[in-house]
Ligand binder design. Structure first.
Ligand code: FEO
Length: 399
């Protein structure tokens, strides 16, 4: 990707990773980008690096604008290797002695990744750095996405370099929200649900803190995906909703099935939910990637999980999904379980135990049916769907 000027004297010199399909377990069918930013001022500054494999492309992008050796300052907003893997090569090219600004935890974590003894300058919230005509402000943003993460704000231009925050795994030659022909919000939602959901409480606090600072943000430049130029308020408002885990009148029915019996129960539950006006989608665990299901969980009021009993336990894909969801700690959910079984029938109780551990509010004792559900059993599933739908309508305000 050629460098893109995002404001006078400021460039995105990052790269697209068109073909990455899996980002530590998260499906990325649209690839991703590793954005990095170059600021031309009296002190020429590089913000963030890229994944190791793309370091040469980053250096070439910088060289198309300025001799890399003329860079005076490097800033590392986050240690994860999609942003730091290219640092050894980049620092070697720029000059190993150039000052490298990062959080205190960033210094510690970079030292745990790389043997080089770089010229670290640790900074904390409230610290500033003059580049000449412009000033950078640092804000530590622990757990957005790692303990070392920080934002860097360029005051005069109103640009927030937000590292993982507000990103999307979406590779594109168009770099701005106003230049896209697709709706980027589902990609931003998927990113939040899979990368940041666990840290929602911290993100809510961070948003409140940033709001109080009255920074006058005119543009948000994350390290993944497109830049929020036209309407940074749109992604800030979405993060406010997602971090508070505001639910819609929506349910998802997640299941796997062996001989279509649990599937028939899932479909009947969905029919009942649909009749009440609740948005619902059945999600078969061998049709949908867990990261797409979690994206739907984020703003659902209810998560209904179905599993056949398999070797006296859960079907493996259901166990996988429950483990994944438990780690991300979604809040404010109603939960229920269902499933067909042959002779022992443990799966429904095992699901309920997991949902209870996740502090979901359980709305039933679980629906179990031996072997193939007949019309009465399916009617009971539909009736359950209707009662759950009524509960959602009653508890979630209409938008
Ligand atoms: Fe894009 Fe947490 O790294």
């Amino acid at each position: 990707m050629a460098p893109v000027q995002i404001a006078p004297g400021i460039y995105d010199v990052g790269v697209n990773d068109w073909n990455v399909q899996d980002f530590h377990g998260y499906s990325t069918p649209f690839g991703t980008s590793y954005n990095a930013f170059l600021i031309l001022d009296e002190k020429i500054t590089l913000i963030d690096a890229v994944k190791k494999e793309f370091a040469d492309e980053l250096i070439a992008n910088i060289a198309a604008i300025v001799d890399p050796r003329k860079i005076d300052i490097v800033i590392s907003n986050h240690t994860e290797m999609d942003h730091s893997g290219g640092l050894p090569r980049v620092m070697h090219r720029i000059g190993e002695d150039k000052p490298l600004y990062c959080s205190k935890m960033g210094q510690k974590n970079l030292a745990l990744h790389f043997p080089q003894k770089w010229n670290f300058h640790p900074v904390g919230s409230g610290d500033t750095l003059s580049l000449g005509k412009r000033t950078l402000h640092f804000l530590e943003t622990r757990m957005v996405h790692w303990p070392d993460s920080m934002f860097t704000f360029l005051q005069e231009d109103g640009i927030l370099f937000s590292s993982d925050g507000f990103g999307q795994h979406y590779a594109s030659l168009e770099k701005f929200d106003d230049a896209l022909s697709i709706d980027i919000m589902p990609h931003a939602q998927k990113y939040y649900a899979n990368i940041l959901l666990l840290y929602s409480n911290l993100i809510a606090k961070l948003l409140a803190e940033v709001g109080k600072m009255n920074l006058g943000i005119r543009m948000i430049c994350p390290d993944h995906g497109i830049i929020w130029r036209k309407d940074p308020g749109k992604i800030l408002a979405a993060y406010d909703r997602w971090s508070r885990q505001v639910a819609k009148r929506k349910a998802i029915v997640v299941y796997d099935t062996m001989w279509h019996s649990t599937e028939a129960m899932a479909d009947a539950i969905c029919e009942g939910l649909h009749e009440t006006g609740v948005a619902v989608r059945p999600m078969h665990l061998r049709r949908w990637h867990r990261s797409d299901i979690i994206t739907e969980v984020l703003d659902a009021a209810a998560v209904v999980v179905g599993s056949p009993t398999f070797n006296n336990g859960l079907f493996p894909t259901v166990a996988d999904f429950l483990t994944y969801m438990k780690g991300l700690k979604p809040k404010n959910k109603l939960g229920a379980a269902f499933g067909s079984y042959g002779w022992s029938g443990e799966a429904v109780k095992l699901i309920l135990d997991e949902l209870q551990d996740m502090r979901f509010e359980l709305v039933s004792q679980g629906i179990r049916h031996q072997y193939v559900p007949n019309s009465e059993a399916l009617e009971a599933c539909k009736a359950f769907g209707k009662s759950l739908g009524a509960r959602i309508i009653e508890s979630v305000p209409e938008k």
